[in-house]
Design a protein around this ligand. Structure first.
Ligand SMILES: [Zn+2]
Length: 220
């Protein structure tokens, strides 16, 4: 399967909820978002996603995608549905009705590393079920909250039958692979900076190092 570039957005415009520490680094202005979308739409093989289920997914993200004939997967935090600043059930259904994919980003946006049995069930089973009920379709893709995972997390996700799992490891992906690294767009990114990082051939040393430390990456 050929290489693809996964690009992930978070919030756009003004947040409608209190952000987690460090999260503002992943919120982009509306103008920046549209310019980056125009840029990545020209790339040969790109997959788009939106994490966290922010209200801006529907208010700003969806119209911009539809205008450009683009599709994206939305990884929603199930426990935030209907909360201020987040999508509600109807918003998820609107995304679906426009052909967008719905995946799970867990129940509470906590790290999936080091969970106990109860937390694990809530995050990997209950959240997925709630989203499937709301969307009216099975949910078989997950994005690891805060980009954190380890061998145990991946084993659990496989055991629960997830078809594809997205991380935030900032390297190209094999389009057919189960594990999909993504480039998360940051507040300071420009179309040019993102292109330079995501499309430039990585030096061999970076590729090897990226592969070795994939399990300890931090945010989103
Ligand atoms: Zn997230």
């Amino acid at each position: 399967m050929p290489s693809v570039t996964n690009v992930c957005f978070h919030g756009i415009g003004a947040p409608g909820r209190e952000l987690e520490p460090g999260e503002d680094a992943y919120w982009v202005s509306e103008d920046r978002f549209r310019r980056i979308l125009d840029e990545v739409a020209t790339w040969p093989a790109v997959r788009l996603s939106f994490d966290d289920g922010n209200a801006s997914d529907l208010a700003i993200g969806l119209p911009a995608l539809v205008e450009r004939g683009l599709r994206a997967d939305f990884f929603v935090v199930a426990g935030r549905l209907g909360q201020p600043g987040s999508l509600d059930d109807d918003g998820v259904r609107q995304l679906r009705s426009h052909g967008m994919g719905i995946g799970t980003h867990g129940m509470w946006h906590r790290s999936w590393r080091g969970m106990g049995d109860g937390e694990r069930h809530e995050e990997l089973v209950s959240a997925r079920q709630r989203l499937a009920d709301v969307a009216g379709t099975p949910v078989d893709a997950a994005a690891c909250p805060r980009g954190q995972y380890d061998r145990r997390v991946l084993g659990d996700l496989r055991r629960h039958g997830y078809a594809r799992v997205y991380t935030s490891d900032r390297r190209p992906a094999n389009g057919g692979a189960w594990l999909q690294p993504r480039f998360s767009v940051r507040r300071d990114d420009t179309p040019e900076s993102l292109r330079a990082e995501a499309l430039a051939p990585a030096p061999l040393t970076r590729q090897v190092r990226g592969a070795a430390v994939g399990v300890v990456k931090r945010w989103r």
